[in-house]
Write a protein of this length. Structure first.
Length: 52
């Protein structure tokens, strides 16, 4: 279960940062900033989750 959590977190984080990069290339700086915050939240939240 722990491995599945980390796979989802890594995929979500990489996807969020890649999406933010493409938004930044399209000159949408506010959207890129928002998606970057979501990516940071995805990467930070698993440290507060305890799985059995």
């Amino acid at each position: 279960m722990q491995v599945i959590l980390w796979i989802v977190v890594l995929f979500g984080g990489i996807y969020s940062f890649a999406h933010a990069f493409f938004l930044l290339k399209d000159k949408n700086k506010l959207g890129a900033f928002g998606i970057t915050l979501i990516g940071l939240a995805i990467c930070a939240c698993p440290f507060f989750i305890r799985l059995k």
